[in-house]
Design a protein. Structure first.
Length: 266
């Protein structure tokens, strides 16, 4: 009995490799993909059945689908995560950045805001060569707070409002709800506190002996001791892309590239 190159008799070939002969077809298709042999033979020629041909196309279709999903993922992330950089001109000057997830922010009567319990991902301030994190802030995790448009407490002309403070010299120890007792280095004099606010966009308080943070959300207020030395400045803000989106976007584009290559092979 005459056999074709797949090991099927002519009758089977005429019946488009039905039943057991079909398994032999898939054996050669797998060998084709592994590039062990038959490198010049197309799997479409090997597979005589339209159903088989449809199955052969499944793998590149999956690659294409995965690539499209990965490429679209950064767009969905970009819609949820906002990242900003800012600089302050008080004292020696400093820089900072913050990010928040718009899906998890909260709001009160004055408008939306984000803190560590509601949407705030990170908030850093670099001052005097030292970077202070959100977890280092006075009264954390109540602070820092980012006030988001259209919150009515945002200073005029500013895209955001803030409230955050860090001890940059000396110490401040808790002395009750939202209250702190502060002292300078070695317990001499008062502490130095730097931060960002709404009434004064950036501030530097020296010789601080006590601090109090009262209320919450848009009603949060602060007081720093009795007659500290006050230095006020402004905040300049610049929008930046979220760093995490860059590798995800690259992964999505890589998926589309390999999908295109898979499709070209067939």
């Amino acid at each position: 009995m005459a056999l074709n190159t797949l090991g099927c008799n002519q009758k089977d070939a005429a019946n488009r490799c039905s039943s057991g002969c079909q398994s032999s077809t898939w054996y050669w298709i797998r060998r084709y993909y592994s590039r062990l042999s038959w490198s010049s033979t197309s799997p479409i020629i090997l597979c005589m059945s339209p159903l088989c041909c449809a199955k052969v196309m499944i793998k590149p279709a999956r690659w294409l689908g995965v690539g499209i999903l990965l490429a679209a993922l950064p767009l969905s992330l970009m819609a949820s995560i906002v990242a900003e950089e800012f600089s302050i001109n008080v004292g020696t000057g400093g820089t900072g950045d913050f990010s928040y997830n718009t899906d998890h922010i909260t709001a009160d009567i004055d408008g939306p805001y984000a803190d560590q319990n509601d949407g705030l991902i990170s908030f850093d301030l670099t001052y005097g060569g030292i970077t202070y994190r959100e977890g280092d802030a006075l009264d954390s995790p109540t602070l820092p707070v980012v006030y988001i448009p259209p919150n009515t407490t945002i200073p005029s002309g500013s895209p955001y409002g803030f409230l955050a403070a860090w001890v940059i010299s000396g110490t401040c120890t808790p002395a009750g709800a939202g209250a702190f007792t502060c002292a300078g280095p070695g317990g001499v004099g008062g502490a130095t506190i730097a931060g960002v606010g709404r009434q004064y966009q950036s501030f530097l308080y020296e010789d601080v002996t006590g601090a109090l943070f009262d209320d919450s959300g848009s009603f949060l207020r602060y007081t720093f001791g009795v007659d500290p030395v006050k230095i006020y400045g402004t905040v300049s803000e610049t929008a930046v892309p979220e760093p995490a989106l860059i590798p995800v976007l690259a992964l999505g584009l890589a998926g589309l590239y390999f999908a295109r290559r898979r499709k070209a092979i067939l």
